[in-house]
Design a protein around this ligand. Sequence first.
Ligand code: SAM
Length: 167
Amino acid sequence: MGKLKQQYETDGYFGIGILHARNGTNIGTLWRTAYILGASYIFTIDRKYQKQSTDITQTWSRIPLFHYDDFDAFYDNLPRGCQLVGLELTDDSVPISEFVHPPRAVYLLGCENVGLPRKVLDRCHSVVSLPGNFSLNVAVAGSVVAYDRVNKIGGRLPERTDVAPEH
Ligand SMILES: C[S@@+](CC[C@H](N)C(=O)[O-])C[C@H]1O[C@@H](n2cnc3c(N)ncnc32)[C@H](O)[C@@H]1O
């Protein structure tokens, strides 16, 4: 008997989230972009998500929103075969222009005032920086990396046409 060959629209997926996020407006803005640009899931670490008006797509109701109590719990529960990609402006980060996105990736952003700690950066498979000498807003940084992934991988975005809020 022949093997069943199935065709999928995209290979791989990505999740995106923030460690110790402080500003709810930023989180809502990031969730909205993540949803529209094809994230498969979103997450928070340490601080739980509170409903935000900036997330007009109510992303938490459309794709899974996971919460982890701390970085270790998050790290221990990374999906199988998925690479952890830290976003941070450091001397040894890979410039995004040179970065090849893994098919299965989790993008981790740092909190607004201190960024990602060194002990977290050391556990990432890759650390990527965006252009510029100063840090971008965290939601902007997350949006740029999601766009870069879509642009380079050229994957078709999932059809997400119904954006009327759910209650
Ligand atoms: C506002 S920044 C944190 C800035 C922090 N005060 C610092 O100087 O380290 C918040 C997060 O956005 C992301 N980010 C901002 N600008 C970035 C850049 N140029 N490259 C990569 N990540 C960036 C990082 O994840 C960072 O932890």
